[in-house]
Design a protein around this ligand. Structure first.
Ligand code: RI2
Length: 340
């Protein structure tokens, strides 16, 4: 799909939600939710894990500050808050899972206080679980790194950087190549973070990936979404790292929390790739009017190019993602349509 400067160029839908969903709810309870949604939309909060934690925290804050009223009103209003957050990056499964985790016990609540309590509790639990998962992944992944390894990473993944920093902290004397990651240049965040941690890090432009692959021992990247057949959706350019790694027989590992596994893909749904504003790529003034710009944010790496998926549950093969998903969803698996 192509987009032009003259058309509506972002796939992110406008936030067209009525702020006061009923006459008794003061608008201010939606302020934090709206602020978080807007920060996510504008990439002030970014990274699949961070947006999930921010979304869950906003849901928890909403419940905590909810002023009163009936259980029915709260149920309706929290649905509005949920939509507001999900529309900020509509294709992000981590955000969906983070927000959904907060409301998973709402159906059992008999009073407003019980409902608020369950949202607050589940939001806290999600944030804690998510942060712990990143730490566990770092420890497990670092065991795959050997002394003197040269590592290549892409974009800015807290899960992948956790592995790299842990390996460095263990004194493994590693070197890192980090891609710039156009157009947002999240690679600059990566080199800053690694340099501050004392890691020997070199910034490369995205098109230098194949060139440095011959000097690379291992690739560690993050994930935005993992499908039930073990494919990984991550920052645009990830699949070309995987192809180059495959050609050079370099190990390609994906570091990801299991809540980035997409339950919808079990039912055959395709992962929608977010397409963002063309102005993020190039200034409209710099191009002739008839030139189109295509700005997909993520791409898909097929399972055959992935050697390991490093999760908080251990190292998985792409082929075992389905089993983990089914185990996590348990009896709810066939009710997913209702849950949505
Ligand atoms: P963590 C980012 O997306 C990158 O694609 C990164 O690899 C992924 O999220 C995972 O990040 P964006 O928000 O959850 O920059 O590992 O588009 O931090």
């Amino acid at each position: 799909m192509r987009s032009t400067f003259s058309g509506l160029i972002s796939t992110s839908k406008p936030m067209n939600i009525l702020i006061k969903s009923n006459k008794n709810t003061p608008g201010y309870v939606f302020d934090t939710v709206m602020g978080t949604a807007s920060d996510i939309k504008e990439m002030k909060i970014r990274g699949a894990g961070r947006i999930a934690r921010a979304g869950a925290s906003a849901m928890g804050g909403f419940a905590e500050n909810y002023p009163g009223g009936s259980l029915q009103e709260f149920v309706k209003d929290i649905e509005t808050a949920k939509k507001m957050l999900l529309e900020s990056r509509p294709t992000a499964v981590s955000l969906w899972n983070g927000v959904q985790a907060c409301v998973r016990e709402m159906k059992d609540a008999r009073t407003l206080e019980e409902a608020k309590g369950s949202v607050i509790r589940n939001a806290e639990l999600f944030v804690e679980m998510s942060s712990n998962a990143v730490e566990t992944i770092a420890k497990i992944g670092a065991n795959r790194v050997q002394k003197g390894d040269t590592i290549l990473t892409h974009c800015n993944s807290s899960a992948a950087l956790g592995v790299i920093k842990e390996a460095h902290a263990q004194g493994k004397d590693i070197k890192v190549y980090a891609t710039e990651s156009r157009p947002w240049r999240q690679g600059l965040l990566t080199v800053k973070e690694l340099s501050e941690a004392g890691v020997d890090v070199t910034l490369i432009i995205d098109s230098a990936v194949r060139s440095v692959m011959k000097r690379t021992d291992k690739v560690f990247v993050g994930a935005d979404t993992v499908t039930s057949n073990g494919a990984v959706i991550n920052k645009i350019g990830t699949s070309q790292l995987a192809l180059a790694a495959d050609e050079a027989r370099v190990q390609f590992s994906v570091c990801t929390e299991t809540y980035k596994f997409s339950p919808m893909t079990l039912f055959g749904e395709m992962v929608e790739i977010e397409e963002r504003d063309c102005e993020e790529v190039v200034d409209a003034e710099a191009l002739p009017k008839d030139v189109k710009v295509y700005n997909p944010v993520f791409d898909t790496t097929p399972p055959k190019y992935i050697d390991a998926i490093i999760t908080e549950m251990g190292i998985l093969s792409p082929g075992s993602v389905y089993d983990v998903m089914v185990r996590q969803l348990g009896g709810d698996i066939f009710r997913m349509r209702e849950i949505q």
